[in-house]
Design a protein around this ligand. Structure first.
Ligand SMILES: NC(=O)c1ccc[n+]([C@@H]2O[C@H](COP(=O)([O-])OP(=O)(O)OC[C@H]3O[C@@H](n4cnc5c(N)ncnc54)[C@H](O)[C@@H]3O)[C@@H](O)[C@H]2O)c1
Length: 383
C-alpha cells in the first residue's frame, strides 16, 4: 500500500459473520479512502463468488493461497472456523499480510506464541478480537474498581451460554449457498465449544478489568451431544458445558462459565459482575443504579435504552461505529477491523492485542487441561 491509498482488505470465509457484518460494513462508501475489500475467499464452491456478487467485491477465490497471492490484498480478516485460524494466520504473515483475527485467534497458547513471534520478525500487525476493552463502560468499571468504589474486590463472575444461537442464526435459515452455511464446527474440536466462541468476550473484559490470571481449575463436559441443523443431526466432540475458577492472586477469585444453557442474566454477564466489600458492579449497574461513563447518554438514546452491555446503544460507543455503521450488525467486529486499518495506515497502535488474546487462550486451554487432569494449572502468559 502506498501512503494515502486505501488499505486493500481480503475477507477469508464468506459465512455468517462476513455476510451479516464484515462485508456490509466494509463496503460502505464512507470508508472508500481508508479501506477497500478487494477479495473474498471460501472453499465451498460458488460461495465466495456469490458473496462477491452481493457486495460488489472485485475478486472471489476458492483458496486462501490465491487470495494471498493477490497483490491488491494488504491485510486480511480471518472469518473462518476457529480451528483453522492459526494455520491461515501463519500463511498470511508469511505472505507479508497484516492480520485481523475474529475471536478466537488460535486454539492453543503455543500457536499464539508462534504468530506473535512471526509478526514481530516481519514487522506486521495483528489485531485479535474481541476488543472488549475499547468499550467505555469496561474502562469505567476498571477505574471504579481501582478507585475502590466497591471497596476491596473479592470475586467476580462472567460467562455465556451456547443455547441454540448458531443453529438458529437468521442468516443460516434460507436455501441458497449464502444462507445454508453449516455451523457444525462450533460443536467440534479443535476450536469448538462456548469458551472459544462466547466466553472469550467475558474473559477479555474480566482480565482487562482485573488483570492477568495466575492459575485456573475447572470442570468440563458435553451436555448436549446432538444438535440439529436444517433437519440433519449434528454430533460434536467439543465440551459444551464448562465452569472455570480463576485465581488472580492475593485471594481474588472469579468464576467463568461457558455453558450449554443458562446464564445469570442473558447477555449481560459478558461484562461480568464484581463483588467488593463495599458494593457491587453488575453489568452496567453500580449497587443497583446505572453508572455514568463516557457516551452513556448516546447509548441511552438507542431504542434499547442502552441497558445491555455489548449490544444496541452500547455498540454505538465504539470509536468507528458512526453514521451508517450504527444500523449494520456486528459493530464490534467492524470496530476491531478498523483498529487494524488505523494501525497499518496511520501507525496508531491498537490496544486490541495478540498478547491479550494469547492470555485468554491460555486460560481456556488451561481450563480444559485442569478438567482433564483434576489439577489446578498455573498460567505461563501475561499481557
Ligand atoms: N456468527 C457470529 O455471530 C459471529 C460473530 C462474531 C464473530 N464470529 C467469528 O467469526 C468467525 C466465523 O464464524 P461464522 O459464524 O461466520 O462461521 P460460519 O461457519 O458461518 O462461516 C465460516 C465460513 O468459512 C468457510 N471456511 C471453512 N474453512 C475455510 C478455510 N479453510 N478457508 C476459508 N474459509 C473457510 C466456510 O465454508 C464458511 O463459509 C469465527 O471466528 C467466529 O468466532 C462469528
Amino acid at each position: 500500500m502506498t501512503r494515502g491509498q486505501a488499505l486493500g482488505l481480503g475477507v477469508v470465509g464468506a459465512g455468517s459473520v462476513s455476510l451479516k457484518g464484515i462485508l456490509p460494513h466494509l463496503t460502505q462508501a464512507d470508508l472508500a479512502d481508508r479501506a477497500r475489500v478487494v477479495a473474498v475467499c471460501d472453499p465451498v464452491e460458488g460461495r465466495a463468488a456469490a458473496a462477491a456478487r452481493r457486495f460488489s467485491v472485485e475478486c472471489a477465490y476458492e483458496t486462501l493461497d490465491a487470495l494471498l497471492a493477490d497483490p491488491a490484498v494488504d491485510a486480511i480478516t480471518i472469518a473462518s472456523p476457529i480451528g483453522v485460524h492459526y494455520e491461515q494466520g501463519r500463511r498470511a504473515l508469511l505472505a507479508g499480510k497484516h492480520v485481523h483475527f475474529n475471536k478466537t485467534m488460535t486454539v492453543t497458547t503455543a500457536e499464539a506464541d508462534d504468530l506473535i513471534d512471526l509478526a514481530a520478525d516481519r514487522d506486521l500487525r495483528i489485531v485479535a478480537s474481541p476488543g472488549e476493552m475499547l468499550r467505555p463502560y469496561n474502562q469505567r468499571i476498571k477505574t471504579m474498581i481501582a478507585e475502590g468504589r466497591i471497596g476491596r474486590v473479592c470475586w467476580a463472575i462472567c460467562g455465556a451460554a451456547f443455547e441454540t444461537y448458531h443453529e438458529s442464526e437468521a442468516v443460516r435459515g434460507g436455501d441458497d449457498i449464502l444462507s445454508t452455511v453449516d455451523p457444525s464446527w462450533y460443536f467440534s474440536k479443535p476450536g469448538g465449544g462456548p469458551l472459544y466462541d462466547m466466553t472469550v468476550y467475558a474473559l477479555h473484559a474480566l482480565t482487562g478489568i482485573l488483570g492477568p490470571v495466575r492459575r485456573v481449575t475447572g470442570l468440563s463436559g458435553i451436555r448436549i451431544p446432538e444438535r440439529s441443523f436444517h433437519g440433519q443431526i449434528v454430533r460434536g466432540d467439543a465440551d459444551d458445558n464448562t465452569v472455570v475458577l480463576l485465581d488472580f492472586g492475593e485471594g481474588l477469585f472469579a468464576v467463568a462459565y461457558g455453558t450449554a444453557a443458562g446464564s445469570l442474566t442473558s447477555w449481560d454477564d459478558w461484562s461480568g459482575r464484581y463483588f467488593g466489600t463495599e458494593g457491587r458492579i453488575d453489568g452496567l449497574l453500580l449497587d443497583g443504579e446505572p453508572f455514568e461513563f463516557p457516551g452513556c447518554e448516546l447509548a441511552r438514546s438507542h431504542p434499547d435504552g442502552g441497558t445491555r452491555p455489548g449490544r444496541g446503544g452500547n455498540e454505538w460507543l465504539l470509536p468507528h461505529v458512526t453514521g451508517v455503521h450504527r444500523d449494520i450488525d456486528e459493530q464490534h467486529v467492524f470496530e476491531d477491523i478498523m483498529q487494524l486499518v488505523d494501525w497499518v495506515r496511520d501507525d496508531i497502535a491498537s490496544p486490541v492485542t495478540a498478547e491479550h488474546a494469547r492470555h485468554v487462550i491460555d486460560i481456556i486451554e488451561a481450563a480444559y487441561r485442569a478438567a482433564a487432569t483434576g489439577a489446578a494449572q498455573p498460567l505461563s502468559t501475561s499481557f
